[in-house]
Design a protein around this ligand. Structure first.
Ligand code: 13P
Ligand code: SF4
Length: 323
């Protein structure tokens, strides 16, 4: 195999150990005219270095309107790919190309196309946590913060398929009263939050507010005081008079919650479980070192076939047009 065709691998050993990485990242981002976008599930150090931290919707809006020449996407692959779909003329890099997502990875476009054949007359609402190939097969995209609004925008008489997250789909079904066919995907992080673990935490902290992401299953979201996207959970903590919160989502969000409510008691689910299953193993593949390398090398880059990009763009633009 020609070495030119090998994928870029971040060479951590090429980093001079005496370098001040934060200062280098600041220098390179100016030199490259780069914007650093980070999801709330990124390491605190990465969130603090970013120009903008947000949920999936906010990040795609930021990627669509930036005038930077380079987008450094500190998140997972589908997020960086969405940025490239929206901003094809920009260089889009991600610190670790292997930062996938169980929802996107378990819904390959070819298999999804086959599965959809059973629902030929349906509108297809796809959660943004999917590949460009799946987006291209969709009528409209949604994120966890606008899924209810997106489904409500579809005429009542239209049958709907919702993919790939069955839990978000079930929650939207409940909120809208719409009968939707659900693709059987799930997030490996949120599936770890069982009703039993949540109930044990509630028993220990009876006055705490339980706030969870809609990627949690229905047994957990039914118990919650509030269900919302990462940005909505953050806003809930910022504005609630409560002082104790059980947080049912990836623990990276606690960084911004602590900044907004330093005095509040924030209890991630599952606390004291003896493992790190409240952390997304894909999100955590990114590091400050790899962020430095991708700014230095402008690799690894997201590249997309132009026909596929245009087909994936249309359902994304329908979502963005909803505001
Ligand atoms: P939001 O930040 O849009 O709520 O999404 C959560 C998530 O799991 C992203 O992968
Ligand atoms: Fe995907 Fe779940 Fe990780 Fe979000 S937390 S990127 S949905 S695996």
């Amino acid at each position: 195999m020609d070495s030119q065709s090998l994928p870029y691998v971040p060479d951590l050993e090429s980093i001079d150990p005496s370098l001040d990485l934060v200062a280098e990242i600041q220098r390179l981002r100016r030199e490259r005219r780069a914007v650093i976008l980070a999801h709330y599930y990124q390491e605190p150090e990465i969130q603090d270095l970013a120009d903008f931290v947000g949920d999936s919707l906010q990040l795609s809006q930021a990627a669509a309107k930036t005038d930077a020449e380079v987008i450094v996407f500190c998140g997972v692959h589908f997020m960086a790919e969405t940025a490239k779909i929206l901003s094809p003329d920009k260089i889009v890099v991600i610190p670790d190309m292997d930062a996938g997502c169980s929802l996107a990875d378990r819904c390959p476009a070819e298999a999804f196309a086959q599965w959809l054949k059973a629902y030929p007359d349906h509108d297809v609402v796809s959660y943004i946590n999917c590949s460009a190939g799946v987006k291209a097969l969709s009528t409209i995209i949604c994120t966890s913060s606008n899924a209810v609004r997106v489904v409500q925008s579809i005429p009542e008489d239209r049958p709907i398929v919702f993919a790939p997250d069955r839990h978000l789909g079930a929650w939207v079904k409940k909120q809208t009263g719409r009968d939707m066919v659900l693709f059987p995907g799930f997030c490996i992080v949120h599936e770890q939050f069982t009703a039993k673990r949540v109930a044990a935490l509630q028993a220990q902290h009876p006055t705490a507010k339980l706030i969870v992401h809609p990627e949690c299953d229905a047994t957990v979201s039914r118990m919650a005081d509030f269900v919302g996207s990462t940005a909505a959970l953050l806003n809930y903590v910022a504005t609630s008079p409560a002082t104790q919160f059980i947080v049912g989502t990836e623990a990276g969000i606690l960084h911004q919650m602590r900044k907004l409510r330093p005095e509040a008691d924030l209890l991630p689910v599952p606390a004291d479980s003896g493992c790190n299953c409240s952390l997304c193993p894909y999100m955590k593949l990114n590091s400050v070192e790899k962020l430095y390398l991708c700014l230095r090398d402008l690799e690894p880059r997201i590249e997309l076939d132009e026909t596929l990009r245009q087909r994936a763009l249309a359902p994304l633009e329908r979502m963005l047009a909803l505001g």
